[in-house]
Ligand binder design. Structure first.
Ligand SMILES: [Mg+2]
Length: 385
């Protein structure tokens, strides 16, 4: 699939209602340059982070967790009032155009291909909330995702455990990959067991044949052990929350006062450094302990495409929507293979391997509804005598 989406096309109507002529559907064929979108002193708002290193983890925690900023809305905003951050965001959107504005261009690429949809959960289908147990998706979003799954093969790929994310989504029509893709249930597929001997054929609750793949299965007891240790060492830090996702552990510090971030970061780091087979990565106000294996959300997308029968990748257009650093692995797979589109959900500037952007979960829902409407329209056209 060609990644050149054509020459820049001006967007008629900006979703911000301002500076519409600045926004285009032009695409970025080149990798993003580090620091490209930074105004002096604002590097942290466009953070690109590697795994935690032994020093500098506090900076990494802060850089991973920029405050969420609301963008200016409405058409009656005086141009003079637009601040530098908004200007920077609009400049950023030249390289990460709105997937809503560019919808026609995106689906045009799928004329002879089948679209497959991959969705992150937190921050993509549900808003980010203080208590991760309360990150519920709205009924309208659930109905939209159900409709999407009616027309397109659809999978959720989340950092949460597969069971937890299913409890939140509650849709049997979908495929699920929990623990950052380390716990996958996909359609039954014989060819995969040749490549991945650990694949297990099984049946789901509805009796449908499925493939279960858990590439980090050997880490389950180790992860449980680390989880218990992390619960113990953070129990006196108010607001800290440790979650066991079966194949990885999350330590949330969203509700921890910033003057305690040093303590929580130091303690988690001290635990993880004693486990050479584990690594510590950053999410938004969360530290994540993961097995040191060559597996991520990008590999999970490739696995699911294979299990869905898309051995000929030219016959499918995968669309992946997510907001996390861990989603970058999936964006990168799609970008490098030039066989699909990564869509970053973000209301702040971020360096990304995604090709397009959506501002928030509302825009994600609008984008998914456009996909559903497109299929319904195609059906009506086909049925017309
Ligand atoms: Mg997310």
């Amino acid at each position: 699939m060609d990644s050149n989406h054509g020459s820049p096309v001006p967007i008629g109507k900006s979703r911000l209602g301002i500076f519409s002529s600045l926004l285009t559907c032009s695409q970025q064929d080149q990798p993003v340059s580090p620091g490209k979108y930074t105004r002096s002193g604002s590097r942290k708002s466009a953070a690109s982070l590697d795994d935690v290193r032994s020093n500098g983890w506090l900076d990494a925690m802060k850089a991973s967790s920029p405050p969420r900023k609301k963008l200016l809305k409405g058409s009656n905003i005086q141009v003079a009032s637009i601040d530098h951050e908004t200007e920077d965001y609009l400049s950023w959107m030249l390289d990460y155009p709105s997937a809503l504005e560019c919808f026609d261009k995106i689906v045009d690429r799928a004329k002879n291909n089948k679209i497959a949809i991959f969705l992150d959960y937190d921050g993509t289908l549900s808003p980010i909330v203080d208590n991760p147990d309360c990150a519920f998706m709205s009924e309208s979003m659930r109905a939209t995702v159900r409709s999407v799954a009616k027309y397109f093969p659809t999978a959720i790929i989340s950092g949460r455990s597969r069971d937890k994310v299913f409890d939140l989504v509650k849709l049997t029509e979908l495929y699920y990959a929990g623990s950052h893709g380390m716990d996958i249930i996909g359609p039954a597929c014989d060819s995969l067991s040749k490549v991945h001997p650990d694949c297990v054929k099984s049946r789901d609750d509805q009796g449908k044949e499925i493939t279960l793949f858990q590439p980090a299965r050997e880490f389950i007891s180790l992860i449980d052990q680390v989880f218990k240790t992390l619960v113990e060492i953070t129990k006196d830090i108010k607001g800290a929350k440790v979650e066991n996702h079966k194949f990885c552990v999350s330590v949330h510090y969203r509700n921890v006062e910033e003057n305690n971030w040093t303590a929580i970061g130091q303690r988690v780091h001290d635990v993880v450094k004693d486990y050479p087979r584990l690594r510590l990565t950053h999410g938004r106000k969360v530290l994540e302990v993961r097995p040191m294996i060559d597996w991520n959300k990008g590999k999970a997308v490739e696995f699911l495409l294979e299990s869905l029968g898309f051995t000929d990748r030219d016959s499918v257009l995968p669309i992946y929507i997510g907001d996390d650093k861990t989603d970058e692995d999936a964006f990168k797979v799609l970008r490098e293979s030039q066989q699909g589109y990564g869509i970053l959900v973000s209301s702040v500037m971020k360096e990304s391997n995604a090709l397009y952007s959506l501002r928030d979960t509302n825009e994600v829902m609008k984008f998914l509804q456009l996909l559903v409407n497109l299929k319904r329209q195609e059906g009506r056209t086909r049925d017309r005598p």
